[in-house]
Ligand binder design. Structure first.
Ligand SMILES: [Zn+2]
Length: 356
């Protein structure tokens, strides 16, 4: 009798008092996309960084295949859509499947479930990779239509360039910054100091931070905001979320530097991405509930490294390649990202882990 009472107590309370296992499923996901970053771009940064880098500290590594529905060499729209919506589409398609039908994104699903959503980029906010998470259009070049869809999306916190698509429009005279304010956003425009502290903004408000009127400048030209704003976005989402958050962070210009075949620009964009990752990983380690995934959407430049003592960058094209790209993960559910899989599986795994 006493034994069964003790056993009953044990069975009822043991999981609470004696479980030291970390949670198996994340409450929050931070997906970092380093646009155009293949293994050679990572190798360059690893040779230039004192080990172990943040990437080297992430326990899980997998590989994803990046081809689109109609091309082994994907563009950022199709590969972004694969990761955000779980479908292969044609190059240039955003948030639509290969038949041009709109498909719900992980951000759409997360916000339907009451999670908070956000993104921070070093491109314009209407560029292909961020737009894959909220827009549904046939062509990535429809920047003004994409800006209008961002306003409609209800994303809680976003930061990047491209303010002009909201205020200086060919299609209409609408001031979309005003519409954002009408929809409870605090809008921080690019004529104010970049790196505005988001901390002091009342959590009742959403946040739109424009870091540039056009595209943000290159890291090599003095762009500084990325690591700080990434952390501020995480903290702003933490403050606003009671059912978790999904944040996408894109190091956008690694790709642009590779298209330009510029080793110096590329090295500084990789350094900026690594500085951001150092801060984000440190932040993620503070809690047990956040899954951090770091990957790329494709490689760019068919890049390789040569040299005997120090690495020299050699580009073989000015376009994207069909190489697989690595996926690094740490936190609850990270082991899901082991192995070799399609880029669409990133969406499937995140959706499963968040129970969406
Ligand atoms: Zn590109």
């Amino acid at each position: 009798m006493i034994l069964s009472a003790v056993l009953g107590f044990w069975l009822a309370y043991a999981p609470i008092y004696f479980s030291e296992d970390p949670p198996e499923k994340p409450t929050n996901i931070i997906l970092v996309i380093c646009d155009g970053m293949g293994l050679s771009q990572i190798a360059l940064a690893e040779y230039l960084t004192r080990p172990p880098s943040s990437l080297a500290q992430m326990e899980v590594v997998g590989l994803q295949k990046t081809h689109s529905a109609n091309n082994l060499e994907t563009d950022s729209a199709a590969s972004g859509t694969a990761m955000s919506c779980g479908v292969k589409t044609f190059n240039a398609g955003l948030g639509v499947d290969a038949d041009s039908q709109a498909v719900a994104s992980i951000m759409d699903l997360a916000s339907e479930k009451g999670m908070k959503t956000g993104f921070v980029v070093t491109s314009s906010v209407v560029h292909a990779t961020p737009a894959a998470f909220y827009a549904h259009v046939y062509s990535r070049a429809a920047y003004e239509a994409i800006a209008a869809q961002l306003v409609e999306s209800g994303i809680d916190v976003f930061a990047g360039g491209g303010e002009r698509y909201f205020v200086d429009r060919y299609a209409d005279d609408t001031n979309l910054l005003q519409v954002l304010e009408d929809r409870n956003y605090v809008v921080l425009t690019s004529d104010r100091t970049v790196g505005n502290n988001l901390k002091n903004i009342d959590p009742e408000h959403k946040i739109a931070l424009f870091t540039a009127y056009e595209d943000p400048e290159r890291a090599s030209m003095g762009r500084k905001y990325f690591p700080d704003v990434a952390i501020q976005a995480i903290e702003a989402l933490e403050k606003r979320a009671d059912k978790g958050y999904f944040l996408m962070i894109e190091a956008s210009q690694i790709d642009w530097a590779a298209h330009a075949n510029s080793p110096e620009w590329l090295a500084l964009e990789m350094q900026d991405a690594y500085d951001m990752l150092d801060k984000v990983l440190e932040k993620v380690r503070e809690d047990e509930n956040t899954l951090l995934i770091v990957t790329a959407d494709h490689e760019c430049g068919y890049m390789s490294l040569t040299g005997k003592r120090s690495p020299r960058v050699k580009f073989h094209t000015k376009v994207h390649s069909s190489q697989m790209v690595p996926v690094f993960a740490t936190g609850p559910g990270a082991e899901e990202f082991l192995g070799i899989y399609e880029n669409t599986a990133i969406f499937d795994k995140m959706k499963k882990l968040l129970g969406l």
